[in-house]
Write a protein that binds this ligand. Sequence first.
Ligand SMILES: CC(C)(COP(=O)([O-])OP(=O)([O-])OC[C@H]1O[C@@H](n2cnc3c(N)ncnc32)[C@H](O)[C@@H]1OP(=O)([O-])[O-])[C@@H](O)C(=O)NCCC(=O)NCCSC(=O)C[C@@](C)(O)CC(=O)[O-]
Ligand SMILES: NC(=O)C1=CN([C@@H]2O[C@H](COP(=O)(O)OP(=O)(O)OC[C@H]3O[C@@H](n4cnc5c(N)ncnc54)[C@H](OP(=O)(O)O)[C@@H]3O)[C@@H](O)[C@H]2O)C=CC1
Length: 424
Amino acid sequence: MSTTSRLSGFKDSTIAQRRETVAANSGVDPAEMGVFDPAGGLGVESANHMVENVIGTLAVPVGVATNFTVNGIDRLVPMATEEPSVIAAASNAARMARVHGGFHTSHTGPVMQAQVQLLDVADPEAARLRILEAAPEIIAAADSLDPMLVEFGGGVRDLTVRILPTRAGTHVVVHLVVDVRDAMGANAVNTMAESVAPRLAEIAGGRPLLRILTNKADLRVVRARAVFDKDLLGGAEVVDNIVAASAFAEADPYRAATHNKGIMNGITAVVLATGNDTRAVEAGCHSHAVGSDGRYTALSHFEKTPDGNLSGVLETPMAVGLVGGATKVHPVARTTIKILGVETATELAEIITAVGLAQNLGACRALAAEGIQRGHMSLHARTIAATAGATSSELDLVVRRLVDDSNIRAEHAQEILAELRSGR
Ligand SMILES: CC(C)(COP(=O)([O-])OP(=O)([O-])OC[C@H]1O[C@@H](n2cnc3c(N)ncnc32)[C@H](O)[C@@H]1OP(=O)([O-])[O-])[C@@H](O)C(=O)NCCC(=O)NCCSC(=O)C[C@@](C)(O)CC(=O)[O-]
Ligand SMILES: NC(=O)C1=CN([C@@H]2O[C@H](COP(=O)(O)OP(=O)(O)OC[C@H]3O[C@@H](n4cnc5c(N)ncnc54)[C@H](OP(=O)(O)O)[C@@H]3O)[C@@H](O)[C@H]2O)C=CC1
């Protein structure tokens, strides 16, 4: 939790000043901010304990989005992304929601599901009922594998059975529904699924094959809503145009894919910054974008409020944890969690979905008003100038010229540099 996330002048500060401000406003020890230096973050030796055949690490920029209020609490939000303008857009959108109370969320709890696939079952309908009759035994056996999780208030909540016709015959698919508390939960539920699979197969009179969690985490859903201010958005016409942009994304899968990519710009950046599994969250979100009619659509929805402001809602599965995976191992992830000030995985999930909504609004506002290139390309100009070889002292000058000339291209950056260096 931060004292305030409204940090005026933050974007124009030096890196050292930003670190000081973030530490002061989040209660993180200023000395700990050194973790964001290349030498202070993930060392090669630690990396070698995380994955296989390690030869090094890859640094990704980490910035802090400002202006976020989620459920009445100000949060500074670390975001890891290589894409210019993402953090600026999220901060800008959060500023527009802040005046109307920020983001409000609700959730279904940290519930994941593991699937056990059973093949060669002669009587699938009867097998389904036999498994349901044995549910207390199966649930107790699964719970006994993770007493720690049960002690924390988690454990198996339910067992369901589906009959699935496939081109390889009829499969009986058992779902273990597990409250994984502060874990992302994949390892926890996979262990359970593997352990109870032989007994399930015995009851069904078939053979077990896959025993793995589903990333369609539709029992672990977070919903975020916010009202964005019409004047800060740019007026009534912009509000109407964002509503039309939202309708376009709902109606057209080609547009929905890009619209949802914009949401994931924010979501993935926080998921990555906190050491969570980006692929698991991406799989969950995109699967959630397919409606009951089988059509891929927008994850968010925007409409005009009676007083002419813009209301936005977003619902996403959000399988993130505070224990397990890389979250506790990666030194940067440990610090980003402290900056966020979250105590539970669900609180983290709520902030991430709020960022997704802000990110989406930021992009839709730009698209529905001046177009994406003005804001995005003027920030992208920094990358172009650096790629062209501008030094720190030359960078700002080259960027200004690229933007002023409305010609944000590498060749032009090189021309400007040549001109500067020749003293012309
Ligand atoms: C870039 C802005 C915000 C400029 O917008 P602006 O109106 O020029 O900004 P401003 O200078 O008036 O500042 C307003 C606020 O924006 C933030 N801000 C502004 N500039 C910075 C900066 N340099 N560094 C950090 N924060 C910045 C900051 O919060 C600031 O307020 P403050 O807190 O300072 O009082 C705007 O043009 C914008 O939001 N553009 C959209 C950019 C975007 O969405 N980028 C995502 C990448 S494009 C993409 O991949 C997705 C897409 C677009 O395809 C998805 C889709 O199609 O739906
Ligand atoms: N398809 C996918 O998405 C897959 C993802 N993965 C990977 O799995 C990893 C995540 O698995 P996950 O199960 O979260 O990780 P871990 O198994 O590392 O952590 C979960 C365990 O932590 C212990 N724990 C301690 N405190 C808590 C608490 N407060 N709440 C909950 N559990 C607690 C629990 O048991 P105890 O202490 O008893 O052990 C729990 O089982 C990620 O690295 C992910 O990439 C793996 C396979 C597939």
